[in-house]
Write a protein that binds this ligand. Sequence first.
Ligand SMILES: Cc1cc2nc3c(=O)[nH]c(=O)nc-3n(C[C@H](O)[C@H](O)[C@H](O)COP(=O)(O)OP(=O)(O)OC[C@H]3O[C@@H](n4cnc5c(N)ncnc54)[C@H](O)[C@@H]3O)c2cc1C
Length: 485
Amino acid sequence: MYPRYDVLIVGSGASGLFTALHLRPDCRVLLLSKQDFTLSNSSLAQGGVASVFDEVHDKEEFHVNDTMIAGGFRNRPAAVNQLVHKGPDNVRELFSYDVDFDRNEDGSIHLTLEGGHCRPRILHHRDSTGAEIVKKLLAAVQKLPNVTMVPFAHLCDLKQTAGGFSADILKDGAHRYVTARYCVLATGGIGRVYEYTTNSAIATGDGIALAYRMGATIRHLHYVQFHPTAFANKDTRECFLISESVRGEGAYLLNGNGERFMHKYDDRLELAPRDVVSQSIMREEAFTGSHNFYLDITHKDPDFVRQRFPMIYQNLLTQGIDMTRDRIPVYPCQHYLMGGIDVDLKARTSIDRLYAVGECSHTGVHGANRLASNSLLEALVFSHEAADDINARLPADTAWPEDQPFPVHDAKEEIPTGIRTEIRAIMQQSDFVIPRVDIAKGSIGRVQSLKELLDTHPYKVTPAYVEARSLATIAYLILKEVIQM
Ligand SMILES: Cc1cc2nc3c(=O)[nH]c(=O)nc-3n(C[C@H](O)[C@H](O)[C@H](O)COP(=O)(O)OP(=O)(O)OC[C@H]3O[C@@H](n4cnc5c(N)ncnc54)[C@H](O)[C@@H]3O)c2cc1C
């Protein structure tokens, strides 16, 4: 008999941790992370979390409106309303876990402005908000006696059974199997399917690929956000982000000739939503013939810049750039997935008892383009909903689900090298900022055959194999949507 849990949570980012914190204390939870608990996109979040806190100058309807405008009105209105309405209470809960948000001199929360927001409404911990949230939530979950946390444990297969799931988990080179009544996928984004991304190494779309294999509805995988201002250093695939809030605090975006150019493309200038700024950069590149772009905040008080952006400042110094005196070279880069495993307002997928939260889910709040700092908020609000829904269903569960057998893992052949590199190159050419339908049409066949090879050939099941299989599935699903545009 496999070990039995009420709930299996896959992921230790903001969404996985917040789910665990809201499950009933009498519920037996297993929480997995395929790497160290803190290696996640959540830990990398810089700018902050958006929420209507200033009730004098801000309103829920303003936040709703900004979210819909950024999303090109392709958002689900009910999901946006839930996000904005339930957001402040969920964010306030972070205070109870000791999350340290920056404050004004009078002790009130400091709210900053980011692109696409009509009011300052971003709560932040200097410029490393995600790391602060993960640290505090992780400490809180580690105190819960009902939650077993296992790092470096890679979910490689999931099977539905009457009343739950059986899971195949790779840990220290061995397969372990568990059964759970409910499974919450909190596996994060897909950035590693592109050559250049701000995402951490875990962002290979494993949860989405597993859900797809189980037949769950996946929606809008080609809604990929490209951040306009990643640090332009083509020597590294994980691009360091120069947060939106640097423009929020007044930085100018310059072309290769050192000129501001956003006025040619959008009245909101540097504070237009991300997709608009990224596309403007590509159009300006075509216009000037130069792919050099810069952020310039040298006109601001150097002490303010150092204090407001200590992490970015230090990081750039190691690259030989002093942002108080030098322009910062920037270029667009893959950043976020708006689509994913389709869920309802309670984060329920189309498969009974399977939930998806955070970046791997498609709640519909972001439409075709996410408004800055809305994703941490989405992770909190919808994880809380998922946990509440599971809590309400648990008392009706009496019998345990039956264990499902998994194939014997005796294959010795490692996956060939170069598959991930090839997929990334195809995606970079087919779908970077402005999708290239012609190139996508020419390359989808190759991606499909790589996917089929990884799905059917008996390779040794290793983390590298599972991730390559996920990336091939994600690339295939994105291109399938791109060629229909
Ligand atoms: C550089 C950067 C800056 C950002 N800044 C902001 C910001 O300022 N504000 C904002 O709102 N959003 C921001 N975002 C986006 C936001 O951080 C993420 O969308 C959000 O934190 C995702 O949280 P998550 O819990 O869904 O996933 P993650 O935090 O990425 O966690 C995913 C977890 O799943 C685990 N996992 C994955 N696959 C498996 C598997 N097969 N088996 C076991 N475990 C698995 C991983 O190990 C990890 O623990 C930023 C993102 C980046 C990359």
